[in-house]
Design a protein around this ligand. Structure first.
Ligand code: AMP
Length: 291
């Protein structure tokens, strides 16, 4: 496993792997690796000959009041975790100056999104997805992958990246991997470590809430309001949960659904605060044919 710190070094390495006829996969992360990230690595390894994991805490996707400075950074621990899983060829861990050589204030060209970032997380995190799409575009330019592997846990991010690859005719396949969970159902997240033991126990309501939506939809419930009500009912079981949103949206438009259609793919998605810690979860569901 090679550690590469520069864009030039990464591009030269990727060129060589491509010349050798290898299929390249990239797993972008911000580090603080857990089993969710490692599942992405395994998925990448199954689909590609050469796997790069990038570790970069991207400043342009954090709002000034968010946790950029506090975000955990433990490169050595992360490298050890990747070593244990095996099959990683390169860790690309550039300093901020490599990714924003003139400073982020000097960046003049961005990957922007219309409408799709006005829903779900995007509505509450203005500029977040512009930062994410732009840095993923840069990481793709540096690492030159055939495949980019992402978690469906960050559903809006995954759907926007798929859309970016499609709308900008990019020669990269965006692969989505199912969410890895703790035994009680809580989605693994680098931010779970901020929870107190009591909050951690209550946080199980997120997965219960999105599973309640799935159960209702697969059980034939046709009224989006009844489905969202079931989600909110589960979230209300946690006394300290402050719900930011609980929605049922279409996976193409990301707009709330007013009617369910057989065959339609919908997303039940929630964002909840425990104290300052913001957690998200979701379930992708295919609406069944009416009984
Ligand atoms: P992050 O380091 O939080 O930016 O996440 C890097 C990648 O890992 C993203 O594609 C996330 O969607 C994915 N990811 C994070 N948590 C999980 C999880 N519990 N299961 C699957 N993928 C995850």
């Amino acid at each position: 496993m090679e550690l590469i710190r520069t864009v030039d070094g990464m591009q030269a390495h990727a060129d060589e792997a491509r010349r050798a006829g290898e299929t390249l996969a990239l797993v972008p992360t911000m580090g603080a690796l857990h089993d969710g990230h490692l599942a992405l690595v395994r998925a990448a390894r199954q689909r590609a000959d050469h796997v790069t994991v990038s570790i970069f805490v991207n400043p342009t996707q954090f709002a000034p009041d968010e946790d950029f400075d506090e975000y955990p950074r433990h490169l050595e621990q992360d490298m050890a975790a990747l070593d244990t899983v095996g099959g990683v060829d390169v860790v690309f861990a550039p300093p901020v100056e490599e990714m924003y050589p003139d400073g982020q204030q000097a960046q003049r060209v961005w990957v922007d999104v219309e409408e799709l970032d006005q829903h779900l997380c995007g509505r509450y995190r203005p500029g977040h997805f512009r930062g994410v799409l732009t840095v993923v575009m840069k990481l793709f330019q540096a690492c030159k992958p055939h495949l980019g592997v992402f978690g469906k846990k960050d559903a809006q991010q995954y759907l926007l990246l798929r859309r970016m690859a499609h709308d900008l005719a990019m020669d990269v396949e965006v692969v989505g991997v199912p969410t890895v969970r703790e035994t009680d159902g809580l989605a693994q997240s680098s931010r779970n470590r901020y929870l107190t033991p009591d909050e951690r126990a209550q946080a199980v309501v997120l997965s219960r809430a999105v599973q309640a939506a799935r159960k209702r939809i697969l059980g034939g419930e046709q009224r989006p309001t009844a489905i969202v009500e079931a989600v909110r009912h589960e979230l209300a079981q946690a006394p300290d949960a402050k719900v930011q949103y609980a929605e049922l949206v279409d996976t193409t438009t990301l707009a709330p659904v007013s009617e369910l259609e057989a065959g339609q793919e919908v997303l039940a998605a929630v964002a909840v605060y425990f104290g300052d810690t913001r957690l998200i979860d979701n379930a992708f569901v295919q609406v069944p044919a009416a009984p």
